[in-house]
Design a protein around this ligand. Structure first.
Ligand SMILES: [Zn+2]
Length: 670
């Protein structure tokens, strides 16, 4: 559940649009300036198309540097914007095709193209001449949007280290390259470290029939269960055999333990060195500085605060789990970590009796998508016009222009069904960042759902709404002068708030009743939706403190001096501090905590966005989720401005006050 925006560029300027962008080249037409002698391969054709933006960016760089005389917005910043539009288009197309194109050789070519563009980004980040050129521009203080673009662009350069001496810049570049390599290795070690346990078939008791059928005994007479999610998740939820669950849990939470602690130590040391070269006390201080949260101290306070707020609820959840455990084992005195999911599921079934077989008939795929399009058209005053002649990478992809009357606001691509070689999760990808007068925003939803009249799980419905929250942000916020303000290009810890908030439209009877109907045409009963909500909420206390445990690992590992950090001891300390579940001997969770690479110290962002998302829902309480006045205000004050203002200011513009924790507290309490 994420948005694949310009993550790679985040450290630098992400903006701009050429006023004369090269025409889009369809995939199957050669981009050639001389006669083509023999047909080019599909890979060559793709690469030619993919490089158009990057080539434009490379051509613009010397033009910026060559400007003589006074530097102005027109002769410098506009070109910088153009450069970034080109770069962004290449990164977006390469990033998308590397994950979704049906042909492996094209996916490979796309990864190559992405690397070429990433190298150019690194070159730009530390380009002193470019920095000096941009710094020399005098911007009219009255033009606040351009002032913001100018200041943030320069700040990102400085955060990369552009103003340091040659030796420091060289070292910073080395560190970044080394970090990329180590990060890939860390993730690879996790992905490749698939462990398994072997069991007598009778020990699968409790698991669904289709799971048991898919796991026949091998020649030894035993069944193999691996630590991969399709095995691990159902096993931890359904297997009645406590010892077997413990064994699989220990295997799962030991992945990566051979090499990853040493790798992580190197990563943390390099990040610490980087922070220190750039003038920060810790890497956590460095990475939080340009986020909503602004400092490592605030992040630590936030974690404490949420953990405290969730404590009572966590205790209640824990006691309920213990009570359930006692129905199985009278003498039980405590619940262990490998029992949590199993007991939680039992409580939910007993108390709320939500069976997915009862829920699924209300959510055929086509009907659900039509409902989502209807809801977003209504609340945002837009229309979706099907496009039949767009270039797509697979016949499954549906394309719509987003219109308001005769005005075209952008384009969306829906690539919603699984196929071989395709990205396995759900995410919103950017194809074009919208820049006023240059290019319209284009976004892509990539999911793996059933098709046609096949039924969806409600979880998948929620995911679709979540990702659509990102997509609407991208499209409606995609009409900016400067590309670095386009769409979802806001602070990293705000990006998930609009999508988490939009999940509510998939949980409310008011909105579900518009489209959730079974084969007999009956609307989903309100009573069923109530039970679904309650079941979903059970365990939110223990889950929240668990999240704060993870967030604190992420933050503390980037705060403690690397030579003083005992990774395992710190993990044990934090687990005891935040969660009611004991550390389980033999596990080394941090060795497979993949987020430590991509998110570094910022795992807190998930919960932070949720706090904001809950607050953003408060104005809807009076008149409901479809109220035109409230939805339009939300659209215009939160989504449309994109990154032109600080997220805290956008939130204040919409709420009429600063954000606070009250709605989140209520969510935890009820
Ligand atoms: Zn998301």
């Amino acid at each position: 559940m994420s948005t694949r925006h310009l993550a790679f560029l985040a450290a630098m300027v992400v903006a701009c649009g050429p006023k004369t962008k090269p025409a889009e080249q369809p995939v199957n037409e050669p981009v050639a300036d001389k006669p083509v002698v023999k047909p080019k391969s599909p890979e060559d054709l793709f690469l030619a198309e993919c490089r158009v933006g990057l080539d434009t960016a490379r051509e613009i760089l010397p033009q910026i540097l060559a400007v003589e005389g006074e530097r102005t917005v027109e002769n410098t910043l506009t070109l910088v914007n153009d450069l970034h539009v080109g770069l962004s288009n290449t990164m977006a197309l390469a990033g998308l095709y590397s994950e979704v194109h049906p042909t492996e050789s094209i996916r490979e070519a796309a990864r190559g193209c992405e690397q070429e563009a990433a190298q150019f980004v690194t070159e730009l980040q530390l380009h002193r001449g470019l920095y000096d050129a941009i710094a020399a521009v005098a911007v009219d203080p009255g033009d606040v949007v351009t002032v913001r673009f100018h200041e943030r662009t320069l700040r990102d350069f400085r955060r990369a280290g552009v103003d340091k001496d040659n030796a420091t810049r060289q070292r910073l570049q080395q560190i970044d390259e080394e970090l990329t390599r180590l990060g890939q290795q860390f993730s690879k070690n996790i992905a490749e470290d698939v462990r398994s346990i072997e069991l007598e078939p009778a020990r699968l008791a409790g698991l669904p029939e289709d799971f048991i059928a898919a796991h026949p005994a091998g020649p030894s007479g035993k069944v193999k269960i691996t630590t991969d999610y399709p095995d691990y998740n159902p096993f931890m939820m359904y297997a009645d055999d406590d010892a077997a669950r413990r064994e699989l849990y220990v295997a799962f939470r030991s992945r990566g333990d051979k090499d990853n602690e040493a790798l992580l130590a190197q990563v943390l040391a390099l990040r610490d060195e980087k922070a220190s070269l750039l003038g920060y006390d810790t890497f956590a201080d460095y990475i939080t500085e340009d986020k909503m949260i602004k400092s490592a101290k605030h992040a630590a306070d936030f974690i404490e605060r949420v953990a405290k707020l969730a404590q009572a609820r966590a205790k209640r959840d824990y006691n309920e789990l213990l009570k359930e455990l006692k129905t199985i084992d009278k003498k039980a005195v405590r619940v262990e970590d490998w029992q949590k999911t199993y007991l939680e599921n039992r409580v939910k079934l007993k108390k709320y009796k939500v069976d997915s077989k009862e829920v699924r008939p209300y959510f055929p795929y086509d009907q659900t998508l039509a409902g989502l399009l209807d809801i977003t058209s209504t609340i945002y005053d837009i229309q979706y016009a099907p496009v039949s002649d767009a270039t797509v990478w697979h016949p499954d992809v549906k394309v719509f222009d987003v219109m308001r009357g005769a005005a075209k606001l952008g384009r969306i691509y829906l690539d919603m069904h699984p196929r071989e070689g395709k990205y396995k999760h759900a995410a919103q990808f950017t194809l074009h960042d919208g820049v006023e007068g240059v290019q319209l925003p284009e976004g892509v939803l990539v999911c793996n759902f059933p098709r046609g009249n096949e039924l969806m799980e409600h979880d998948d419905v929620v995911t679709t709404f979540h990702e659509f929250g990102h997509l609407m942000h991208h499209v409606l916020g995609g009409n900016q002068t400067w590309i670095r303000h386009s769409g979802v290009a806001t602070e990293h810890d705000f990006v998930e708030a609009p999508s988490q908030m939009f999940e509510e439209w998939a949980w409310s009877h008011e909105t579900l009743a518009r489209f959730a109907k079974n084969g007999a045409g009956e609307v989903i009963p309100r009573e069923l939706v109530d039970r679904m909500r309650k079941a979903d909420k059970f365990g939110v206390g223990t889950q929240t403190v668990q999240q704060m445990f993870y967030a604190s690992i992420s933050l503390r590992y980037h705060t403690v001096a690397p030579d003083k950090l005992d990774q395992l001891a710190e993990l044990k300390r934090l687990q005891a501090k935040y969660t009611p579940f004991r550390y389980v001997d033999g596990t080394r969770f941090h060795a497979s905590f993949g987020h430590l690479m991509g998110y570094s110290a910022m795992y807190y962002t998930y919960m932070w966005s949720l706090v904001i998302a809950k607050d953003l829902l408060t104005p809807f309480q009076k008149k409901g989720l479809m109220d035109p006045e409230t939805t339009r205000a939300y659209r215009d004050k939160i989504l449309v401005p994109g990154g032109t203002k600080d997220a805290a200011v956008l939130v204040k513009d919409f709420l009429g006050r600063d954000y606070n924790f009250k709605a989140f507290e209520k969510y935890l309490a009820e």
